[in-house]
Write a protein that binds this ligand. Structure first.
Ligand code: GDP
Length: 296
């Protein structure tokens, strides 16, 4: 992720390093280049504009202090602003609830919901010794139910038996009861997705939310879809008030625009990155580490 953005920004700072000190002119030129780099990374114009305005304000302050290392100073300003844009600190899963803590997984079809459910379930079971139950509410695609069962087996966690003949709301209720009965700490509800945002699906998700009372609602976004991922995240957030985002397929996303913009647009933190197809291919999202990676 961020390969070309990183290269581009490196070029900007190299140019600045050759200058004796920061002047209004070379700040202007650098910011023009940063702006192009962000747009090329598929960050939307309003987000880029607000980012550049903040960097400009701070960079002008730096120029006043007559810095002797203009490149370094600008890198620091851009770094801090990137961290700010992405949310400053890592926000981990909030499972503080009377068990079972319910985690609702939502997103478009193919975004990586089922895979991510398996990854998070495995992580919680292995690293934190949590008892996990997963349930598929995707009655529209029987293959999705089979896929979750297989993922749960690989993850070593329990999977609720469910049939495509049941209503998703009924499965959600049953899953809650099963989780309580078996003493599960965490219950993942893997919901159906569509190829596009769809009112029926949204209504169903809202109903499931009110039945299951989740402590986390994770929106799963395919990072390779760039600005679209951000727009879809916004729509889901408006209806569901999600608690966090998991950005998947970052191993295939060269641009990184969604990672940069989702927090700014939705106000919700990215909590994890999907970094491979494998069940251990998930990492907590640390804005500061990501910013450092971007800036090389
Ligand atoms: P769902 O329809 O939202 O449940 O999506 P799936 O979990 O079935 O994932 C769709 C495809 O994306 C599958 O082929 C997954 O293996 C793949 N996938 C999911 N997450 C990642 C990831 O982080 N990296 C890569 N490379 N592939 C992923």
């Amino acid at each position: 992720m961020f390969d070309s953005l990183s290269d581009r920004l490196d070029g900007v700072f190299k140019k600045l390093r050759g200058r004796g000190h920061l002047t209004e002119d070379n700040i202007k030129e650098a910011l023009r280049d940063v702006r192009v780099a962000l747009l090329e990374a598929d960050v939307s114009l309003p987000v880029v504009k607000s980012f550049i305005a903040s960097v400009k304000e701070k960079a002008v302050g730096v120029s006043v202090t007559k810095s002797v290392t203009p490149g370094q100073q600008m890198i620091k300003v851009v770094h801090d602003e990137l961290v700010e844009l992405m949310g400053a600190v890592n926000e981990s899963l909030n499972l503080a609830a009377q068990p079972p803590a319910v985690v609702l997984m939502a997103g478009l079809q193919g975004s990586g919901k089922t895979t991510t459910t398996g990854k998070l379930a495995k992580r919680l079971a292995e690293r934190e010794g949590k008892r996990v139950l997963v349930a598929s509410l995707d009655v529209y695609r029987p293959a999705a139910m089979d896929q979750l069962r297989s993922v749960a087996e690989q993850a070593g966690v329990a999977c609720l038996d469910a049939s495509p003949d049941e209503k998703p709301q009924v499965i959600a209720q049953r899953a809650l009861e099963a989780a309580r009965k078996s003493g599960a700490d965490v219950l993942f509800l893997d919901t159906a997705g569509r190829l596009h945002i769809d009112e029926t699906l949204m209504d169903e998700l809202v109903e499931i939310k009110s039945i299951a009372n989740p402590v986390e609602i994770l929106f799963v976004a395919d990072s390779m879809t760039g600005q679209d991922a951000v727009n879809v995240a916004q729509s889901f957030n408006e209806r569901l008030d999600v608690t966090g985002v998991v950005l998947t397929k970052t191993d295939g996303d060269a641009r990184g625009g969604a990672a940069l913009a989702i927090r700014h647009v939705t106000g919700k933190p990215i909590k994890f990155l999907g970094v491979s197809e494998k069940l251990d291919g998930i990492e907590p999202f640390h804005p500061d580490r990501v910013a450092s990676r971007i800036l090389g």
